[in-house]
Design a protein around this ligand. Structure first.
Ligand code: EPU
Length: 421
């Protein structure tokens, strides 16, 4: 287990570069096995989720070579193998191998996925999608066994009960080589879905409408990579650094940003009174003055992202007066950071899944626990604001999703160390 040790209270300043989007990367790596030729991904973040996905690829005899931010994946000698529990449990996104293996081999045997503890995360919509394409899905000894019929999968209309990111990704991957047309209605519209569709279309797939709520996939026989794919910037990492810059920054420029992907978030931060100058692909966050309290409600994209409700929480604590309200409509139980923030002196509580935030003029260092990635981000920002030493246990969760975080924070002037516990 890793610990992040922070000596807080130092104003941070300078430049930070955002890495490639985690939630694109974790779908693109499984999607690479659909290719008949080697794949190159650029702007790959240095995060533990990528290491875990590479381990899963090795189990299938897929070669990986990861240098700097370029990842070469060679699936030409891939062998169809079951991916039981073990590594599968280490990250949620391993469930993308269900769609990818089904698309490539017409069969997938995958352990039940793990990932962040943020409340119930059913996969009924993924299964509904596979079944609509003609697959049979069985639960055998804690493994999901999915099999296409003899003649392969056939396209169909699939109306999702909610715009699930995971189900949209899995259905796209399974249907790229299915017979005929698949139409996903009420599809997720996240930028990471567009990134996946761009990646697959550049390999010969025919996917239209990604980024809208109706996605049409015309099945093709085979797909093969021809050009490297550059992953979009991580909007959640960017949002985290914006909050950090507003909470404790003395002028921070954040580079490699697609501003449009952060519209709802920037609107909320600006409503609080944070001043931000936008350039072509960077933002400059000025040191914050008096901040106004706000209400935050998370919603599917383009609404305020659930993954940013925890990182924005320390900013609400910095407001001068009033009561802030945070309601997570996607994961109402995503509140594991609250007791940890309380240990640091935060005046914050949860009532009926609603987070109530009161201005807290001073936070103090404490020993806290990161239960999941974004809870960890929230505690990291609070630790940078607090007086004294903060020790974040299970910082592995922060490393799962934040690219070279120790290096980036140190460059801004933070006193941060990650060490083995
Ligand atoms: N849902 C169902 N049934 C399903 C699928 C989803 O009821 O079959 C519900 C979920 O319980 C949730 C909502 O639908 O209430 C949305 O879930 P979604 O499927 O969109 O989430 P996900 O694919 O499991 C991805 C990200 C999460 C992010 C959510 C929401 C990846 C690997 N994960 O999860 O990212 O919070 O979308 O935007 O892309 C993170 O990065 O910290 C993270 C948790």
């Amino acid at each position: 287990m890793k610990q992040m040790i922070i000596h807080g209270g130092k104003p941070l300043k300078g430049d930070v570069w955002i890495g490639g989007a985690k939630n694109s990367t974790v779908s693109l790596i499984p999607a690479a096995i659909l290719s008949r030729t080697p794949v190159t991904l650029e702007c790959v973040p240095r995060i533990a989720d990528v290491d875990n996905l590479m381990d899963l690829l090795h189990e299938m005899d897929v070669k990986c070579d990861f240098k700097e931010t370029t990842l070469h994946i060679d699936p030409t000698a891939i062998k169809m193998s079951p991916l039981p529990a073990g590594k599968i449990k280490s990250l949620r996104a391993s469930y993308y191998f269900m769609g990818a293996l089904l698309g490539r081999f017409g069969k997938a045997v995958v352990g039940f996925p793990g990932g962040d503890d943020i409340g119930p995360r059913p996969i009924d919509q993924h299964i509904k999608g596979f079944e609509a394409l003609g697959a049979t899905v069985k639960n055998e000894n804690d493994q999901i066994v999915i099999s296409a019929p003899e003649g392969g999968l056939t396209g169909n209309d699939i109306d999702l009960a909610m715009p699930s990111v995971g189900a949209t990704v899995n259905i796209i991957m399974a249907s790229v080589t299915a017979h005929g047309q698949t139409v996903i209605k009420n599809a997720a519209k996240e930028p990471e879905i567009i990134d996946l569709a761009t990646f697959l279309n550049n390999m010969g797939a025919v996917i239209r409408g990604a980024g809208t709520d109706t996605i049409r996939i015309d099945g093709v026989e085979k797909i093969a990579s021809k050009i490297p794919h550059t992953i979009i910037p991580d909007r959640i990492e960017a949002g985290t650094y914006i909050s950090l810059a507003a909470c404790i920054g003395d002028g921070i420029r954040i580079h490699n940003i697609i501003e449009e992907h952060l519209d709802s978030y920037l609107a909320k931060v600006e409503e609080m009174g944070v001043v931000i100058d936008a350039d072509e692909d960077s933002l400059f966050v000025y040191p914050a003055g008096d901040l106004k309290m706000v209400q935050v409600k998370t919603n599917p994209y383009p609404g305020f992202a659930t993954d940013l409700q925890q990182p924005i929480t320390p900013l609400l604590l910095s407001a001068k007066s009033g009561e802030g309200v945070i309601i997570d409509n996607i994961y109402p139980k995503r509140v594991r950071h609250i007791p940890e923030l309380q240990k640091m002196g935060a005046d914050i509580k949860v009532e009926d899944n609603i987070i109530l935030v009161h201005p807290t003029s001073e936070l103090h260092g404490a020993r806290v626990h990161a239960d999941e990635i974004r809870a960890g981000a929230s505690l990291m920002i609070a630790g940078l604001m607090a007086d004294g030493e903060t020790v974040i246990d299970n910082a592995d969760n922060i490393l799962r999703g934040y690219d070279r975080v120790e290096e980036k924070l140190r460059k801004l002037g933070a006193d941060v160390t990650i060490q083995n516990a």
